[in-house]
Design a binder for this molecule. Structure first.
Ligand SMILES: [Zn+2]
Length: 336
C-alpha cells in the first residue's frame, strides 16, 4: 500500500466570491503553504479530475447541475446573497466532487489507507436541487454514491465534524441503510436542522445520528459523543469506506461557529476515526468542508492529516456497559 494521498486542483481557486465573503480561495492557499513548508507530511499530491455530469446527476437533479453550469458559463450570477457563482465556479465544484470520487477510487482499490481532499467550494449543505451554505455540489454525497454504485462498496460511513449540520448530506441519504451519517454540530445556528430526534426514515431509520452540542462546547463534549455514540454505531455498521466531512469552523478562532475546538482536537477525532478504519478494515478519506479562520484552518488540516497518516491511532473501543449508558443518555436508538 502506498503513501497517504492528497487531492486538489487549481480550478478550485477560480470559484470567486464577493469581497468579505468568508469562503474564499485564500483558504486553500493557506492550507497548501503550510503543507508545503512541512513536506506535504509525506502525502502523495494528486491533481483531481473533474466529476463527470453522470457522477453529479447520480445525486443532484440534472436541472440543477445544468443551471449551475450555465450560470457559470454565462459569466456568473447568484442563487442568493450567500451562494454565488462565478465563471470558474462550475469547474471548481466539479473538480471538488471529482477529487472526492478519485479519492474513493484510490482508497477502495487499496492504493492508500487514508487520503485528504482540500477543495472548495464546500459541499455538505448542497441538496438534490439546491445550493445552500456556500455549497454547490455535495462532494461527499457524490463520492459515496460513486462508491456504492460503481466501486462495489456496500456500506459507507460518513462522519461530519463541521460545526454546522450537514443537512444536504443527511437529506440525500436519509432513507437508505447503505449510508450511516453521523454529525456533531452546534445547535441553534445555520442551517437549523439535525435535532437528536432526526434518525432517518424508512429503510434509513436509525442510520442518521444527529448530535447537537451547545454553543461554547469544548472538545470533551465532542470526544464523548464520538467515543460513546458514533464509534460504537459505526463499528456495528461495519463500513467498507469511511468518509469525514472535515469542516474546521468548530475551532475557537472561527467566528462562523461558537465552539472551542483546537487543532489538536481535530487530530484526536481523526485518530478515533482512523482507529475505527483499522478495526473494520475500511479506508478513511476526508473532504474539506467549512473552516474560515485561515491560520486555524491551515494548522488544523495539517494536524488532521498528520493524525490520519500516523501509525498510532488512539483509542480503544469503549467498554460495552459504558457505551450503552452513554447511548441511552443521549437518547440514541441504534438498531442492533
Ligand atoms: Zn460549517
Amino acid at each position: 500500500m502506498g503513501p497517504p494521498l492528497y487531492f486538489s486542483h487549481p480550478a478550485c481557486l477560480e470559484h470567486e466570491t464577493p469581497r468579505e465573503h468568508p469562503e474564499r480561495a485564500a483558504r486553500i492557499t493557506a492550507i497548501e503553504s503550510s503543507l508545503a513548508e512541512r513536506g506535504w507530511l509525506g502525502y502523495e499530491v494528486r491533481e483531481a479530475p473533474p466529476a463527470s455530469r453522470k457522477m453529479l446527476v447520480a445525486v443532484h437533479s440534472p436541472e440543477y447541475v445544468d443551471a449551475v453550469r450555465s450560470m457559470s458559463e454565462s459569466g456568473g450570477g447568484a442563487f442568493d446573497q450567500e451562494n454565488v457563482v462565478s465563471q470558474g465556479s462550475y469547474s471548481a465544484a466539479a473538480h471538488a466532487s471529482g477529487a472526492a470520487c478519485a479519492m474513493v477510487e484510490a482508497l477502495l482499490a487499496g492504493a492508500a489507507p487514508v487520503a485528504f481532499c482540500a477543495t472548495r467550494p464546500p459541499g455538505h449543505h448542497a441538496r438534490v436541487g439546491t445550493t445552500s451554505g456556500f455549497c454547490l455540489f455535495n462532494h461527499v454525497a457524490v463520492a459515496s454514491r460513486h462508491a456504492l454504485d460503481s466501486l462495489g462498496a456496500r456500506r459507507v460511513f460518513i462522519f461530519d465534524w463541521d460545526v454546522h449540520h450537514g443537512d444536504g448530506t443527511n437529506d440525500i441519504f436519509r432513507a437508505t441503510d447503505a449510508v450511516l451519517y453521523a454529525s456533531i454540530h452546534q445547535s441553534r445556528i445555520f442551517p437549523g436542522t439535525g435535532p437528536l430526534a432526526d434518525e432517518g426514515v424508512r429503510a434509513g431509520e436509525g442510520y442518521s445520528i444527529n448530535l447537537p452540542v451547545e454553543k461554547g462546547s469544548y472538545e470533551d463534549a465532542w470526544f464523548s459523543m464520538l467515543e460513546y455514540v458514533v464509534i460504537p454505531a459505526a463499528e456495528e455498521f461495519q463500513p467498507d469506506l469511511v468518509l469525514i466531512s472535515a469542516g474546521y469552523d468548530a475551532h475557537h478562532d472561527d467566528d462562523q461557529g461558537g465552539c472551542e475546538l483546537e487543532a489538536s482536537s481535530f487530530a484526536e477525532m481523526a485518530r478515533y476515526i482512523r482507529g475505527l478504519g483499522q478495526r473494520t478494515g475500511a479506508p478513511v478519506g476526508a473532504v474539506l468542508e467549512g473552516g474560515y479562520a485561515l491560520d486555524a484552518l491551515a494548522t488544523s488540516v495539517c494536524a488532521t492529516m498528520e493524525a490520519l497518516a500516523g501509525d498510532q491511532p488512539a483509542d480503544s473501543t469503549a467498554p460495552d456497559f459504558f457505551t450503552a449508558r452513554a447511548a441511552s443518555h443521549v437518547g440514541f436508538h441504534w438498531k442492533l
